[in-house]
Ligand binder design. Sequence first.
Ligand SMILES: [Zn+2]
Ligand SMILES: [Zn+2]
Length: 214
Amino acid sequence: MNWNPRLIAILSCVCKWFDEVAKQVLWKEFCHARAPKMMLDLHSGGSHIVDGNWKALGKLLIYCNGCTKGGLFNNIHVPGHFVFRTRFSRTAGKSFLPLPCKSDVLYVSDPCEHLDQGEEGDLGFFRGIFKSFATSRVKKMLIEKRARFHPRELCPYCKAKLWNMFQENMIPRSASARLGAYDDSVEYFVCLNGHVIGISTLLPLSDSEEAADE
Ligand SMILES: [Zn+2]
Ligand SMILES: [Zn+2]
């Protein structure tokens, strides 16, 4: 074979393409193995996950991003970390949707607890994903409200722009009850691909148990 530069360039392109495809296939497999029911649901009713988004979704399933000082959640600095067992629930997601958007499908994780964060107290991070965010009522509402994207920060999972649900007054009170967090302490962002990242200040354990029973 004549290894001219052109051929090498072509091969390297094909390899990169192959590499990307292989990675996508692996991430897709990973997501399905990790959360089979959730993946099935995210794919039902004509909805599907765009191929490039499997990696982002895989990461979302197992990685709590925390936050950096001066980032999404002001002065709070909590390093990210892998969390190998996180439960995502569609029922939990309902509590995070504003009233006119209750028909949207949103999966939200249990809070990942970061206790004793100095003045901030006990923090609970959560993450989630919308089914078919592109056609969701939440997205429609954000656009109608002319919500602005965060000026600097991007989605840690897919690098898309983020809307601030707290700023738009779109987080219902049921969210804090669901998390066992103080009223109005819940903040979350949603990216253009429907990934959710949020934070809350958790109530002391005994109080939050009562809240969960309501
Ligand atoms: Zn965490
Ligand atoms: Zn994203």
